[in-house]
Design a protein. Structure first.
Length: 296
């Protein structure tokens, strides 16, 4: 069964799970075919078809192509990674072919600094410690914050771009598996900075960056077997996903898998309305103190 919810969240597509135009068991989008702004396009959580209450039914693949901007081939490859019934991905079918990563051209300009500061980050620290910078108005990676992805040994293996305008179709865009040196879904982002025997698992890079070491990110809502095995190696693992119900359900599935591999794992629900990448520094300090992370 196609996991439409995880796919949609990872692609950064705006959706609603409740509201006057959303039926139970469905998710809703703004229809790309009828200039809709009221989330009239419904897709069942089983991910089988799409129906707009204003202009009728549409093939799901065509709808997703419109919403993501992906070609049919790109969409088909992406959907293959979401064909399971759980939030754990099987070994991906695509093979990395890259030998060296060439990052997009760019620098840390004022527009990038303003975006990062609005999110509570220090741009100079991110650039200095994590190699993060921004792109301009041209090229495939335009208008994005570039986040280099390193393996445990500190080798650059891929990168991700985060839209800083709020206007691009894809909020997050990751270098393709084929162009990467290592499949990004085989990596725990920021693991190269983890020095002790405790690790904390979040979903996105900004979650890990906001929470600080030893937080890492799975680079999306789904987790591969390889990532699970990496987590299970640590003496203690805390899973700190978004507070929403769907995210907590994914966290529990991940914990069950890590535990089955012999890992000592615990799910932490931070509560509230904000994800780990958006909470205040005071809240970060409280969580770190409760988990005794700074005492390690």
């Amino acid at each position: 069964m196609f996991d439409i919810l995880s796919f949609t969240k990872d692609q950064g597509i705006r959706y609603e799970l409740s509201g006057k135009n959303v039926s139970k068991g469905w998710m809703a989008f703004c229809c790309p075919y009828c200039n809709d702004s009221g989330y009239h396009l419904g897709v069942p959580l089983t991910g089988t078809h799409a129906y707009c209450w204003r202009c009728g039914s549409h093939p799901l693949d065509k709808v997703l192509m419109e919403l993501t901007g992906l070609s049919w081939h790109e969409l088909n490859n992406a959907m293959m990674d979401y064909d399971g019934s759980s939030s754990l991905l099987s070994i991906p079918k695509k093979v990395p072919l890259g030998t060296k990563i060439e990052l997009p051209s760019g620098s840390m300009e004022e527009v990038h600094r303003k975006y990062l500061k609005r999110r509570g980050f220090d741009p100079d620290e991110l650039q200095r410690n994590y190699g993060i910078y921004g792109t301009g108005m041209l090229g495939e990676w335009k208008y994005r914050i570039i986040i280099p992805i390193y393996d445990k040994d500190g080798t650059l293996v891929s990168f991700q771009g985060r839209d800083y305008t709020g206007k691009q179709v894809l909020r997050y865009k990751t270098l393709s598996v084929e162009q990467s040196v290592v499949n990004p879904k085989f990596i725990l982002y920021n693991e190269d900075k983890v020095k002790g025997n405790v690790i904390c698992i979040s979903e996105g890079p900004f979650d890990a960056l906001n929470m600080g070491n030893p937080f890492v990110a799975t680079l999306g809502t789904q987790t591969t077997e390889v990532q699970c095995r990496k987590i299970a190696i640590y003496e203690k693992a805390y899973i700190v996903f978004d507070p929403e119900l769907e995210a907590q359900a994914r966290a529990k599935k991940l914990a069950e898998k890590v535990a089955s591999l012999g890992g000592n794992v615990e799910v932490i629900d931070i509560g509230g309305e904000h994800d780990p990448g958006s909470i205040s520094k005071k809240e970060v300090e409280y969580i770190r103190k409760e988990l005794d992370l700074d005492g390690e």
